[in-house]
Design a protein around this ligand. Structure first.
Ligand code: FAD
Length: 278
C-alpha cells in the first residue's frame, strides 16, 4: 500500500487501485493517462515484464467502466537495453492498445533518446491510424524542427517544458527562455497542426496562452497535468476544456514521489503535513 505521504502523487501499487482513482476523476469530468512507474532498466527481464504489464493494463481498462489512456517511458521497456528491445515492446503495447481502443502515449526522456523515440512514434502513429502520441520538450532547441516533422502525422503531440538536465549546446537553460520557447512552439502547433495538441503544463501563463491560441485558430487541444498538482484547477478547467490527469501507479513509487516532493516547496509541505497527520 502507498503510504499517505505519497498518496497525493501516486494512485496505488496495483492497476485496480489506479483504475479506482481514474473512476473518481471521470466522475468529476477529468480523463486519465495511466503510467506504470519504472525507468532506466538495463536488463531485458524487467523491460519485458513492464511491457507485459502494459499489455494487461490496456485489457483491464477496456474491460472496466473507466475512460483512460496509457503513457509509457521508453527506458522502461528496453531503450537502455537495446533499441530493438524497445521497438519490439512498444510495438506490442501499441498493438494491444489499438486492439482494445486505448490511446497510447510515449513519454520523452533525455536528448539521447529523442531520435529513436520519434522514429518509433512516426512508425506507430501511422500504423495505428493516430492512436499513439508522443511528448516533445520546449527546453530542447531541436524541438522546432521536430514539430515540423510531426505536424503532418496522425496522432497527438504533448508539449512539456522538459524535465531533464540537458547540455547547454542543446537546450535552453533559463526558465524565461524555456517559457518563451514553449510559447513559440505552441504558436507553431496551433497554426500548423490539424489537432491532437496536448499542453502538458501546470503553468497558468502557458495554459492561458494555449486557450487564446485555440480561440484564434480553432485547433483542437487538450490540457494535461500530473496527479496531485493543481487538482482544483484541473476540475475547474474540465468545465470548458478537455483535461487529462497523468496518473502514476506501481511498486516503484518512491523516486517519483521524491522528485515531486522536492521540485516545489508546496509539494514538500503537503508531504510533511501528511506525515504529521494534519
Ligand atoms: P513550472 O515551470 O514548473 O511552473 C510554472 C508555474 O506553474 C508555477 O509558477 C506555478 O504557477 C504553476 N505550478 C507548477 N507546479 C505547481 C504546483 N506543484 N503547485 C501549484 N502550482 C504549480 N517531462 C519530460 O521531460 N518528458 C515527459 O514525457 C513529460 N511528461 C509530462 C506529462 C505531463 C502530463 C506533465 C504535466 C508534465 C510532464 N513532464 C514531462 C514534466 C515537464 O517537463 C515539467 O518538468 C513539469 O511539468 C513542470 O513544468 P510546468 O510547465 O508544469 O511548470
Amino acid at each position: 500500500m502507498i503510504p499517505p505521504i505519497a498518496s497525493r502523487f501516486v494512485a496505488g501499487e496495483t492497476p485496480a487501485e489506479a483504475l479506482d482513482h481514474v473512476a473518481e476523476l471521470n466522475d468529476g469530468g477529468v480523463n486519465a493517462i495511466v503510467n506504470l512507474l519504472g525507468e532506466h532498466y538495463h536488463d531485458r527481464g524487467p523491460a519485458d515484464a513492464d511491457a507485459d504489464a502494459y499489455v494487461d493494463l490496456v485489457a483491464d481498462i477496456a474491460h472496466s467502466d473507466v475512460d483512460a489512456c496509457i503513457s509509457v517511458k521508453p527506458s522502461q521497456i528496453g531503450l537502455g537495453v537495446e533499441d530493438a528491445v524497445f521497438e519490439e515492446n512498444i510495438e506490442r503495447i501499441a498493438s494491444a492498445a489499438d486492439e482494445h481502443g486505448v490511446f497510447c502515449w510515449i513519454d520523452m526522456e533525455d536528448h539521447e533518446t529523442t531520435d529513436v523515440t520519434l522514429d518509433a512514434y512516426e512508425r506507430l502513429a501511422t500504423e495505428y491510424d493516430g492512436g499513439v502520441g508522443v511528448c516533445v520538450q520546449a527546453n530542447l532547441k531541436r524541438t522546432r524542427d521536430d514539430l515540423e516533422r510531426l505536424a503532418p502525422l496522425p496522432g497527438k503531440v504533448r508539449l512539456v517544458k522538459g524535465a531533464y538536465d540537458e547540455p547547454r549546446e542543446l537546450a535552453y537553460k533559463k526558465k524565461e527562455r524555456v517559457n518563451e520557447a514553449y510559447r513559440e512552439y505552441l504558436d507553431y502547433m496551433f497554426e500548423h497542426f490539424e489537432g491532437g495538441i496536448a499542453v502538458g503544463s501546470h503553468d497558468p501563463a502557458m495554459i492561458d496562452y494555449a486557450t487564446d491560441l485555440h480561440e484564434e485558430h480553432g485547433t483542437e487541444f487538450e490540457l494535461q497535468m500530473l496527479m496531485g498538482v493543481r487538482e482544483d484547477a484541473q476540475f475547474d478547467l474540465a468545465d470548458d476544456y478537455e483535461v487529462y490527469q497523468y496518473v502514476p501507479y506501481g511498486g516503484k513509487w518512491f523516486s517519483y514521489f521524491y522528485r515531486r516532493a522536492m521540485e516545489r516547496k508546496e509539494n514538500l509541505l503537503f508531504a510533511l503535513r501528511a506525515v504529521l497527520g494534519r
